[in-house]
Design a protein around this ligand. Sequence first.
Ligand SMILES: O=P(O)(O)OC[C@H]1O[C@@H](O)[C@H](O)[C@@H](O)[C@@H]1O
Length: 303
Amino acid sequence: MNCELMADLEELGGEIRPASLKKCDEIIINQPGFTAVIALWGGHLESFIPAGQEDLLFQSANEGGEGRFMRRHFGVPVCWPWFAVNDKHDDYPTHGLARYFRWEFIEAGRFKDGDVKIVLRLASEDHPLIEEMWPQAFELRQVFRFSGDGFKVSFSAANLSDTPMQVSEALHTYFKVGDSQTSEVIGFENSNYIDKLDDTEQVQNGPVLTNKRVDRVYLSSPEVCEIHDTTFNRKITIEADGCANTVIWNPGEELAKQRVDMEDEDYRYFVCVEAANVLKNAYEIPAGGMHQLKLKVKSQKLA
Ligand SMILES: O=P(O)(O)OC[C@H]1O[C@@H](O)[C@H](O)[C@@H](O)[C@@H]1O
């Protein structure tokens, strides 16, 4: 790790600690207003704890099993360059490649207003296995912005190849809740969605309840939506920019118990609300072009 970068990180009250997850390091930033942890494995923002509150992000205690493409359920996995199953290679990992490789830590500093800035990069040319599975060259960046008010993720994808790139994607955020059985997601009233459980198109009535298995692609993405969590007495506000869809997912009790990469009770403690471009909204990045997806998250007391 470069000395200048380490000095910049230390000035932010930050440190790098070796982590067990694929023996990849984690960046930890400890500030009076918050603590944030980023796993270089997958470039996951893993934890964001505003002072005096519960974490905004969920981490499963289950490390997800053996294997190159094991999944672990935590933080903000980046699903890119495809969402769900790869339509040409069903043996490729679900939800793309970005979450399964080590990202490079390239910058630590502050924005003009004092917010903490951390930048990570994933370049296909650094990973022969990526080049094998996805021959078009790309570079991804995530700029994280942290303050006592919340966090922001600015994700960008550059197509470095000389042909257009077809992409679907999601910032697949695992929000931590006190109990999914009593939490609600607000902001989708009257929105159309594809119910992935029976492949039908439906219209949302009232808040989205997460007290049973839910797997939906909303066909439009509100500028703002909220998770209302009566157990933690908090409201998580989610703003997304650059996405046409929102995916809402919770596996429910039965599926969670069947999955070996999840603890039996995990489904109680998260709700995934994902800023996404999927299905008909998969998009093309022109040769030499770039695409951006932004996420802004903050929390407040519910009552
Ligand atoms: O890859 P993970 O983190 O286990 O998430 C899986 C889930 O991710 C959701 O985005 C999908 O809509 C679900 O169908 C899928 O089961």
